[in-house]
Design a protein around this ligand. Structure first.
Ligand SMILES: Cc1ncc(COP(=O)(O)O)c(C=O)c1O
Length: 349
């Protein structure tokens, strides 16, 4: 039983941050020019550029669209994208990059979700051979899909390696706020390690908005046309812009990410050492991956609200958000403790 009503299934299960809701309501006064020609949209673009050093910022509706638009700015039709096998781009976007961009993904098994220069090098065979797709882009997620973070040193060495190999870097920043909070660095520090990246707002307290940031103006050629053709130019763009502005104001994005990360750390500390529970990856963002016994997995089903039925997994992903509280975490930890205690009791009976 989950008495809190709080889900740990995804940071997308969280609602909208009250400040974002208030910004939406405030934006809903009077008329404004459409398609980003309004004051709020101009301010949102300027604020994103100031926070990240990007040459261009384009708002889109969701993370899959951001990845497709962002990667699409970097490749030609015969070029491919090296990515982690576990990447959202590869497994959770219904083949959007392949379908929409017509590109070939070149997935690499990556322990802990992270690519390394060595793993990338293993995918570079066939360069210059006209029969083979040409690796051109390296896509990585920060935070990764395993809840781990690249350090700035790791990102910079990947950047250097990619430059030396003529590869461009795309960073899926659906949880870039959590990475910046974990690394105690600025968004600009992370953005400087990519050619194009996304800045995720939805998982950070927005209702639904993401930004694509292009670090070099030369790569932004045609970006506005790509966005429109990919059906991502919002007519009432001011409402996406209002959300972004609310998150950037007084670093709300950072406070939200810190709260989510702190709750994940608390959860990990509470679960570690319980019988039948083992953490699968280091907890470096707002996700806790735990390898659990069947009893614990069953007890957790009420807390993860999986939309895809009561499938019981041995490795569960527990996610926190800006709205997760210490009481929520402690209630979940207590439930897991109870289920692992009862397992111990019945095993010793
Ligand atoms: C790493 C990562 N990238 C991108 C996305 C964005 O996906 P969506 O298209 O559902 O907004 C997600 C969402 O879960 C994600 O986890």
């Amino acid at each position: 039983m989950n008495p809190t009503g709080r889900s740990f299934g995804s940071d997308n299960h969280a609602g909208v941050h009250p400040a974002v809701m208030a910004a939406l309501a405030a934006a809903n006064t009077g008329d404004a020019t459409a398609y980003g020609e309004d004051e709020l949209s101009r301010r949102a673009v300027a604020a994103l550029q100031a926070a990240t050093g990007a040459a261009r910022a384009l708002l889109v509706f969701n993370g899959t669209a951001a990845n497709v638009l962002g990667v699409g700015l970097l490749i030609r039709p015969y070029e491919g994208v090296i990515c982690a096998e576990s990447s959202h781009l590869n497994v959770d976007e219904c083949g959007a990059a392949e379908r929409v961009l017509g590109t070939k993904l070149l997935p690499v098994p990556a322990p802990d979700g992270k690519l390394t220069p060595e793993l990338i090098a293993g995918r570079l065979a066939g360069r210059g051979d006209e029969h083979r797709v040409q690796a051109r882009v390296v896509e990585l997620a920060q935070v990764t899909e395993a809840g781990t973070c690249y350090s700035l040193a790791e990102l910079r060495s990947l950047r250097e390696y990619c430059r030396s190999e003529g590869l461009l870097m795309y960073l899926d920043g659906a949880r870039i706020a959590n990475a910046a909070a974990h690394l105690n660095c600025s968004l600009a520090d992370l953005a400087a390690c990519a050619d194009v990246l996304s800045f995720g707002c939805t998982k950070n307290g927005a209702m639904g908005a993401e930004a694509v940031l292009v670090m070099d103006e030369r790569l932004a050629e045609g970006a506005a046309f790509h966005r429109k053709q990919q059906m991502q130019l919002g007519s009432k763009l001011r409402f996406l812009s209002a959300q972004v502005l609310a998150l950037l104001e007084d670093d709300l994005w950072l406070r939200n990410a810190r709260q989510a990360n702190a709750m994940a750390a608390r959860l990990a500390a509470g679960l570690a050492g319980l019988p039948g529970v083992r953490l699968a990856y280091p907890v470096e963002g707002n996700a806790v991956f735990a390898k659990v016994s069947r009893d614990v997995a069953t007890a957790l089903q009420d807390w993860i609200f999986h939309a895809d039925g009561p499938e019981v997994r041995s490795v569960v992903r527990l996610m926190t958000s800006f709205s997760t509280t210490e009481d929520d975490v402690d209630a979940l930890t207590a439930a897991v403790r109870r289920s692992s205690d009862s397992r111990e009791t019945s095993a010793s009976a």
